[in-house]
Design a protein around this ligand. Structure first.
Ligand code: NAD
Ligand code: MG
Length: 385
């Protein structure tokens, strides 16, 4: 494999830093050419000094001078602001984008990269939740791969390698159940931020950790899977598997089921997406079937974790409904993280926003942007009341 030049959008996050670990461990395979961060200037500077990228972008433009000065003695170009993210995505200096920004903010740079014909390693699931039809259509037009980094979707992708046009009967998305598996609303009503941030199997950014605790993450992943693998809503099933060893499964039309397994470690799907179709040797710990352990499975408790019902409704309804769901959820999660609303209130905010914002069956990209804005405003108005 030639050395692949990677642009990491969101390099200071949980996925971004692990991707840099993979690059550092495989200097013959990868270089980091673009690094971007929203606010963490100190880490971005440290990463730039170590990996010597062509370009860095700091989202928060108040930090431009600090970053610029700290890198003045290097060849790295420094840009700042939201528009600079899109401009960096349009540059020629990289071969693949790792889309690792969190939330809606990842959509525009990713679309720009696809427009330019750059393959995408996609961690930013919200991009597909918001505008999956447009994103995947553009990728197909440009004939570029969108390779999932999300562990469940990486599992499904890996199960599909070599299957050609063989028909999928359904996919089974596994869910750990998060830190509150088995809990009921009378417990959840009192849950606070710090408790909700403690995930049993994965260490992740704040937003996805809360989404995992509310099961919204699995809802977003159903919608992500629908677009990545061109599935109908009724082909997607969620199964709780608390040990997170089976990362997901595909059942084919002959009834045969393939699963992809391993210890939970995001570096695996990250390096798989970056190196595809090659696999890279590593010395990460291995799962050992001989050690006593139980792999267990159960139905999700949708009476308690109603976000899964809301996301399923959005998946079936289609149009701009997943975009509305996502926008309201982002507002609700950040309000919960700032202790402005309770754990169960997050679901209320999403549900009421879905009822209120104008439904559009076949939105244009502009209409997705507008729906996102409208949903954010409405969700925020519920919180400030
Ligand atoms: P994180 O919060 O740790 O990092 C987010 C990154 O995005 C940071 O570099 C931050 O600077 C940048 N960012 C945040 N807001 C931004 C904005 N408005 N504009 C530009 N950049 C911004 O998040 P994470 O856990 O690394 O997750 C990143 C994405 O990957 C999410 O979409 C998440 O759902 C997905 N994902 C993460 C994991 C995981 O294990 N962390 C697993 C599967 C999928
Ligand atoms: Mg996942």
């Amino acid at each position: 494999m030639n050395q692949k030049r990677i642009a990491i959008f969101g390099s200071t996050g949980s996925i971004g830093t692990q991707a840099l670990d993979v690059i550092a461990a495989n200097p013959g395979l990868f270089t980091a050419e673009i690094l971007t961060a929203q606010t963490n200037d100190a880490l971005l500077i440290e990463q730039a000094r170590r990996f010597q990228p062509n370009v860095v972008v700091i989202g928060d433009d108040r930090k431009y001078e600090t970053v610029k000065q700290a890198l003045a003695d290097t060849n790295t170009k420094v840009f700042a602001g939201e528009q600079a993210l899109v401009e960096a995505a349009a540059m020629d200096c990289y071969d693949m984008m790792l889309a690792a920004i969190v939330g809606y903010a990842g959509l525009k740079p990713t679309l720009q990269a696809i427009q330019l014909g750059k393959p995408i390693a996609l961690a930013n699931k919200e991009t597909l939740v918001v505008a999956g039809d447009i994103v995947m259509r553009l990728a197909a037009e440009k004939k570029i791969p969108v390779i999932p980094v999300d562990s469940e979707h990486s599992a499904i992708f890996q199960c599909l390698v070599g299957e050609g046009r063989n028909k999928i009967e359904k996919i089974i998305l596994t869910a750990s159940g998060g830190p509150f598996l088995g809990k009921k609303p009378n417990f959840l009503v009192n849950v606070k931020r710090d408790h909700a941030l403690q995930h049993p199997n994965w260490s992740m950014g704040a937003k996805i950790s809360i989404d995992s605790a509310t099961l919204m993450n699995k809802g977003l992943e159903m919608i992500e899977a629908r677009w990545l693998f061109n599935l109908q809503p009724d082909q997607i099933q969620v199964l709780v598997h608390p040990q997170s060893i089976i990362h997901s499964m595909v059942q084919f039309e002959d009834g045969s089921i393939k699963a992809q397994m391993g210890l939970p470690d995001m570096k695996l799907p990250i390096q798989y997406a970056m190196a595809f179709p090659q696999r890279i040797a590593n010395d990460f710990p291995r799962y050992d079937f001989r050690k006593p352990s139980n792999l267990t499975f159960e139905e999700p408790d949708t009476k308690t974790f109603r976000n899964l019902v809301l996301a399923t409704d959005a998946l079936y309804k289609g149009g701009n409904m997943p975009c509305i769901l996502n926008a309201a959820n982002e507002i609700a999660v950040y309000a919960f993280l700032r202790n402005r609303i309770g754990f169960l209130d997050m679901t209320e905010v999403v549900e009421q926003t879905m009822q209120k914002v104008t439904f559009i069956e076949k939105p244009t990209l502009e209409e997705y942007f507008d729906s996102d804005g409208e949903a954010r405003n409405f969700a925020a108005s519920l919180i400030h009341m």
